[in-house]
Design a protein around this ligand. Structure first.
Ligand SMILES: *[C@@H]1O[C@H](CO)[C@@H](O)[C@H](O)[C@H]1NC(C)=O
Ligand SMILES: *[C@@H]1O[C@H](CO)[C@@H](O)[C@H](O)[C@H]1NC(C)=O
Ligand SMILES: [Zn+2]
Length: 995
């Protein structure tokens, strides 16, 4: 009783503390003060709300399907809103804007007001703030930036600067990329806290008291990409015994001294014991204790009531000499306290320049399987990005009016959901994967309405009738199925180029006619080629088309952010009069095939010949009961092969060669479930491997994890390179980690790294580089010198016991899933005097990421002359191409009539002697449909003016780190002139005047 009385007295004292009601005191100002000389224990109340995993996004939000998992996000936010009222000292953080926004839209005004007060007083703080907590291995930087921009915009619009997150909070993603650190720094954030890093790395960091470092996020951007980064003690879980929730069974704090169950002393002692242990490993007098977990706080009061007591009883001990000071805190208050103390004491932080991949949680659990899991979702996500950019650009160019709040947002939000660490990763349950596909499909459909409306606006002139043309896509053209092109005699093909320079693009679609005549915008008949569709494609389950031939033509010089239309007529063979080019007129790309095995024996490109064999192999997945580490199964997260040497799917391939005037193809069949088309296009310095893998046999005892392996005679000295989220390149050394002495029991999966867009190797003596680009995220490695391998598809017949609770054995159309995709092989000199191979790789990567988009529209009963009179067949959104090293990363409708514009320099500083130089772009008269009248630079997320952002500075041990000055827009001559350094991204909100 007495204790209870004291408690209420203390609360009264706390609420008497100045809480300015009308004035916002959010941010660092609202942090509870720390006590110098004590161990300050920052208690962080949080919930981790997966945007889909075992249940769909909606099932999690509403709390349905409790039999799968007891989790309802709406109840969490309701319940936290009530609990914060009861004690103004309480703090809570919220992270996933996808859920927050769904909840917010459904709240009555009085709840909104109340919630805003919490945000303004710092009681409720947004952390991270993106639409979802994105994965870092399988995601592309363009989509990461987009999903932050969208989440942060909602927060800024709703709460202003108090809703602006200051910290990255990546507590559950399975390893961490360096590019993500760079992105957080460019978002203007002060730091990043991580939950999961390799168990050996973690042990070593704790032993050496370096769980907190300054991460150098970029080889190119210098200090602008430095980020304070901390690894948390217990991922994001509460100390054992301190989970107070309807989801847990831990004992509450019982503080009635007359109760036989009175436990305050014991419980406080145990809690402080934890803090004491932690303090051993961290260098300042601050420790952070995460109080929460997956979908916790559905009954927030159970947590807060007990935390209130722990805090007050623990702090009472200070009177008796206790050195612990417990406060409700947030991750940013923690980082601020760490920063201030370090600054006061003149501490210097260690730095880190590599990344946190791969992630292992025990000696046999390398989380490298998810780099490849669900390969078709991974590809669909990339297509979603491609179309989202096309959609946003066309919206902006055609001026569809003030931003529509519905249509465009569906795909923006779908892509935000897809970035989640259980979405594109492939670590969700099968029914959830289907729901993600549904969400993405809906978003794409909404954008099709936009692109059609925009194109209509752009093509019409005065003599156009007011009839709308329907522009549709052929989503199944990747399996050579398209009912439009198969069943229409006369139509137009409009090819839109989302890149900022002209591109050539080979258009391909299935047809049923015997010949086609294609006329371009200049009235010239252009070359076509009919290519037989590979038999393995014809038999893909679910394919409904009758077509056995694809029509191919080259759309050349499609203008930047523009299109060209082609008039296509089905005709008799003899009516085609377009000139046939010489079939040998290829750019010197050559393949040699071993006649006895049917496998590739060598390739020649850029004047270099390398002996190279390429084939498909598979690992069998380990199956165990998961009860001890050594019994870990290969599964959705984990890659664990039974044997270190893969098994060849076949040592030979049957093949046919189809030569042509535009493209030459070799159709190879390795076995019943693996085949490929090797393709060389005229005037393309690359060899394309278009693989079809599946249905993977699943009647065997073991799952199959299929790799495409390129074997060469290059001497690579155990070294290879992979990209980080599609951007900077990181060096990888086999059986080695840059920051600790590796003890490796899984020599295959422990050498797998995420390949978001590219893997490459170099023979520095022969000056040869071999690179393979991908069309989606995959796992890859170089397990022997001169070799590259990429995992393309996998099925696992057993769960790996990390929660998903299902074997990864995807089905489609009543059979095992068939995955189809492409690898692009490039060979050349590492360094050369002219255009470098690295620059060529960057160019190709962009042309694949933002591929020219093909729209089809009917043109029955219209001659080309009719069509041309009425409609523009050639359009450029830019008056002038941008330099080859600059790309418009973002062009989208923004608030009111403004636009959001991002420019990026697409090369690193050492990649090309010319193109790695800084670039200059003048924005004023750059665009065709409008003139830029004012620009204002923001942080990367567009939620803060750049000039108003200042980040906490953390002193590092390196004496001479580069200071990379921010380039200020204002330029005496011309404020519209933008300078970009290698790998720099600059973000602007621009006002325009339409012409
Ligand atoms: C290839 O090498 C030959 C002879 O050294 C040279 O004439 C030619 O220009 C080179 N071609 C290319 C594409 O570099
Ligand atoms: C943030 O939102 C406010 C309105 O709440 C708006 O006035 C401001 O321009 C936004 N900031 C940026 C950088 O967009
Ligand atoms: Zn999670």
């Amino acid at each position: 009783m007495i204790k209870l009385l004291m408690l209420s007295v203390m609360w009264a004292a706390c609420s008497a503390m100045p809480t300015k009601n009308n004035e916002a005191t959010c941010g660092y100002e609202s942090c509870h003060p720390v006590k110098e000389g004590m161990i300050n224990v920052h208690i962080v109340a949080h919930t981790h709300d997966d945007v889909g995993w075992l249940k769909t996004v909606d099932q999690y939000y509403y709390g349905s399907k409790s039999s799968i998992q007891k989790a309802g996000v709406q109840y969490i936010l309701d319940s936290v809103t009530d609990a914060l009222k009861k004690n103004p000292d309480r703090r809570f953080i919220y992270v996933e804007t996808a859920f927050f926004w769904k909840w917010w839209m459904n709240q009555p005004d009085h709840i909104k007001h109340q919630f805003k007060r919490y945000v303004n007083s710092g009681q409720l703080e947004f952390i991270g703030g993106a639409w979802s907590m994105n994965d870092e291995a399988t995601t592309h930087y363009q989509s990461i930036i987009d999903q932050f921009t969208w989440g942060l915009r909602k927060l800024n619009e709703t709460f202003g600067s108090c809703g602006r997150p200051k910290l990255g909070w990546q507590i559950d993603p399975f390893g961490h990329s360096r590019e993500m650190a760079s992105i957080f720094a460019q978002l203007g954030f002060d730091g990043l806290l991580l939950g999961r890093i390799d168990y050996q790395d973690k042990g070593n960091r704790f032993k050496t008291r370096t769980p907190e470092v300054v991460w150098k996020g970029s080889d190119n951007l210098g200090e602008a990409a430095h980020l304070f980064t901390g690894v948390m003690y217990n991922t994001y879980s509460p100390p054992s015994g301190f989970c107070f929730d309807i989801l847990c069974e831990d004992e509450p704090i019982i503080d009635d001294v007359h109760s036989p169950d009175y436990n305050v002393d014991k419980r406080v002692e145990s809690f402080l014991g934890n803090a004491r242990d932690m303090a051993e490993f961290y260098t300042t007098d601050n420790v952070l204790i995460t109080m929460g977990g997956d979908f916790t706080y559905m009954d927030a009061e159970t947590w807060f009531k007990n935390m209130d007591k722990i805090i007050s009883y623990a702090n009472l001990r200070q009177a008796n000499g206790s050195q612990f000071n417990l406060i409700y805190s947030t991750p940013s208050c923690y980082v601020k306290a760490v920063h201030d103390e370090a600054e006061k004491k003149g501490m210097k932080w260690k730095t880190k320049s590599d990344d946190y991949f791969p992630y292992a949680s025990d000696p046999h659990s390398f989380w490298t399987g998810y780099f490849t899991s669900r390969p078709t979702i991974k590809r669909f996500e990339r297509i979603g990005n491609n179309f989202l950019q096309v959609c946003k650009q066309l919206y902006s160019l055609a001026d569809l009016g003030p931003e529509d709040q519905v249509d465009l947002n569906a795909l923006r939000q779908a892509m935000g959901v897809m970035q989640h660490h259980d979405a594109v990763t492939g670590t969700e349950k099968e029914h959830v994967a289907h729901d993600y596909a549904r969400i993405l499909t809906e978003g794409i459909k909404e954008c099709e309405i936009i692109t059609s409306a925009a194109l209509n606006k752009l093509i019409k002139n005065q003599s156009s009738e007011d009839v709308d043309i329907k522009f549709s896509s052929c989503p199944l053209a990747n399996v050579s199925s398209c009912s439009f092109t198969e069943n229409t005699e006369t139509f137009t093909v409009t090819v839109y180029n989302p890149l900022s320079r002209p591109v050539n693009h080979y258009v391909r679609f299935p047809i049923l006619g015997e010949a086609y005549r294609i006329t371009d915008d200049a009235g010239v008949q252009i070359e076509t080629q009919l290519v037989p569709i590979a038999s393995s494609v014809l038999s893909i389950p679910g394919r409904k088309s009758e077509a056995t031939m694809d029509l191919v033509f080259r759309a050349s010089e499609i203008p930047p952010l523009g299109f060209k239309s082609y008039y296509v007529e089905s005709v008799k063979k003899e009516e085609v009069t377009a000139p046939k080019m010489n079939e040998d007129d290829y750019t010197g790309v050559k393949l040699e095939i071993d006649q006895t095995t049917g496998l590739i024996a060598s390739v020649t490109m850029n004047n270099i010949t390398v002996s190279l064999t390429q084939q498909y192999l598979y690992y069998e997945g380990y199956i165990g009961n998961n009860e001890i580490f050594v019994n870990r199964s290969s599964g959705a997260y984990i890659f664990r092969p039974r044997n270190n040497e893969p098994i060849a799917a076949s040592n030979r391939a049957n093949y046919t060669i189809h030569r042509g005037n535009l493209v030459t193809e070799i159709h190879q069949k390795f076995n019943d479930w693996i085949s490929q088309v090797v393709r060389m296009y005229k005037e393309e310095n690359v060899i394309e491997f278009d693989w079809v893998v599946g249905p993977l046999p699943s009647e065997d005892t073991f799952g199959k994890e299929v790799i495409n392996r390129f074997q060469t005679d290059l001497s690579t000295n155990a070294t290879f390179y992979t990209d980080s989220n599609g951007r900077e390149i990181l060096k990888r050394v086999r059986n080695f980690r840059p920051t600790w002495k590796l003890d490796l029991e899984e020599p295959v999966s422990g050498n797998y790294y995420p390949v978001t867009s590219k893997i490459l190797m170099r023979d520095t003596v022969r000056n040869i580089e071999v690179a393979v680009l991908t069309d989606r995220a995959q796992g890859g490695s170089s397990l022997h010198d001169g070799e590259l391998e990429l995992m393309v598809h996998r099925n696992c017949l057993h769960d790996d016991a990390f929660g998903v609770g299902e074997a990864l054995n995807e089905k489609a159309f009543g059979a095992g899933l068939v995955a189809k995709g492409s690898h692009y092989l490039m060979v050349g000199n590492i360094s050369s005097d002219g255009y470098s191979l690295a620059a060529a790789e960057r160019d190709l990567a962009q042309r694949k990421l933002l591929q020219a988009w093909t729209f089809f529209s009917p043109a029955e009963k219209q001659s080309i002359e009719d069509y041309k009179r009425k409609f523009a067949m050639n359009y450029s959104g830019l008056r002038k191409s941008l330099p080859k090293n600059v790309q418009i990363l973002t062009l989208e409708p923004w608030i009111g009539t403004s636009l959001l514009l991002r420019l990026e320099h697409v090369l690193e500083k050492d990649e090309d002697s010319t193109l790695s130089q800084p670039a200059i772009v003048n924005l004023k008269a750059l665009f065709t449909p409008f003139e830029v009248t004012s620009i204002r630079e923001t942080t990367l997320g567009a939620n803060q003016w750049l000039s108003e952002n200042s980040r906490l500075q953390f002193a590092t041990e390196d004496v001479n780190f580069e200071r990379n000055p921010r380039y200020i827009v204002v330029n005496a001559e011309d404020e519209f002139e933008i300078r970009l350094n290698p790998m720099q991204i600059r973000t602007f909100i621009v006002d325009v005047v339409r012409k």
